[in-house]
Design a protein around this ligand. Structure first.
Ligand code: ZN
Length: 377
């Protein structure tokens, strides 16, 4: 429970005020990187908490807890049971006073809801679109990819080895075997207002964008919003679903909220200026990829060309974690422009995107986490 020495960052950014309360003493992140900010339980507003997991890479997912005096509301659960329990153990004293009585899932990505089975007897709230997408990935498939990756990485053909390595390293910190996907049992569309012991919580559907059913959780009296994965800090955002106009509208909605603290899905606590940074990224990406779409480039080649362009390399997002995710976002943009670039259906298509992301990651000497390319930090 000691405070960690902070890694030096070149560009100091304004972080909202918060108090670190407790957490494991992570001297390295799950991917072996030096933590860029303090992980664990942070007090971010009166009786309002964020569980931050540096550096916000794959499954290093932030969770939330709102203490409503005798009952708490939890925002999202972790990618596996051990991640979720790690947070619950740290909050044990708090949740003894105010037991978790409701869970909200911001979207259907496993790293935000695969701990749901620990709350299966309680209300779990999500958008209908989120619930519809809950089974788009299976824990056993990710486990198989992690296991198979260890073998595939020795195959030096067609990016298979890089794909194998990428899958192995990015899933390795997690144990998906005991996960049973547990669907939210209270769906809503557009907006849901929840009042727990007099504390108003407003859940607004902002998707589709990052996924089909993204939602933002706003606690007006605490001046806090939990943004889910439409908002990342220091980490490259990704658009699985789109359209980009809707994703941008979701970020503009966040920008207008009268709050002091925004808890992103991944990365350190955010302010409105961080939201503006993510908006700038999407506007840049939109324009840069569209120009290459018009020039007839394949989406993967468009993403590659943009990542290596001087205007990308000089922008703040060149240093964000996992820049290779632009491959997936480019494919989503093309799909909305009427050009599905992959003929592979569903999960096979996703795997093919991961293979192409892996190939790009191996070309980027600065990209973090370093372990995705077999290097140690
Ligand atoms: Zn996430």
């Amino acid at each position: 429970m000691n405070k960690l020495p902070m890694a030096h960052t070149n560009t100091p950014r304004h972080m909202p005020e918060s108090t670190w309360l407790a957490g494991p003493n992570w001297s390295r992140t799950r991917f072996g990187e030096i933590p860029k900010y303090q992980g664990g339980l942070h007090h971010i507003a009166p009786d309002t908490y964020a569980w931050l997991v540096p550096n916000g890479s794959w499954g290093e997912t932030n969770l939330g807890l709102i203490d409503c005096g005798g009952a708490s509301v939890m925002i999202d659960t972790g990618w596996d049971l051990q991640c979720t329990r790690e947070m619950l153990d740290t909050c044990a004293e708090l949740t003894r006073r105010s037991p978790i009585d409701t869970v909200i899932n911001t979207h259907a990505d496993g790293d935000h809801c695969w701990g749901n089975q620990l709350f299966k007897d309680r209300p779990i709230i999500a958008t209908h679109a989120c619930i519809h997408q809950m089974h788009h990935m299976q824990p056993r498939s990710l486990h198989a990819l992690c296991q198979g990756g260890a073998l595939l990485r020795h195959i030096p053909v067609g990016g298979i080895g890089k794909f194998g390595h990428y899958m192995r390293e990015m899933f390795r910190p997690y144990d998906f075997r005991p996960v049973v996907i547990t669907d939210p049992n209270q769906g809503f569309s557009v907006q849901k207002n929840l009042t727990v012991n007099g504390v108003d919580i407003v859940i607004t559907e902002v998707g589709p964008g990052h996924t089909d059913g993204d939602a933002v959780v706003h606690v007006p009296s605490r001046r806090v919003a939990y943004a889910g994965d439409i908002m990342f800090v220091g980490v490259t955002p990704v658009m699985w679903s789109g359209p980009i106009e809707k994703l941008i509208a979701g970020l503009e909605f966040l920008l207008k909220l009268d709050v002091d603290v925004i808890v992103p899905g991944h990365g350190p606590l955010a302010t409105h200026s961080d939201v503006q940074d993510v908006l700038d990224y999407w506007h840049f990406v939109h324009e840069a990829i569209q120009a290459r779409f018009r020039a007839g480039l394949h989406p993967t080649e468009a993403a590659r060309e943009v990542v290596f362009s001087p205007s990308f390399q000089q922008a703040p997002w060149a240093k964000w974690d996992s820049p290779e995710r632009l491959v997936t976002s480019a494919h989503t943009l093309y799909r909305h422009w009427g050009e599905p670039a992959s003929n592979l259906p569903g999960k096979l298509g996703t795997m093919n995107l991961m293979r192409q992301q892996a190939m790009l990651a191996f070309e980027l000497p600065q990209a973090t986490p370093l372990v995705m390319r077999g290097r140690r930090a």
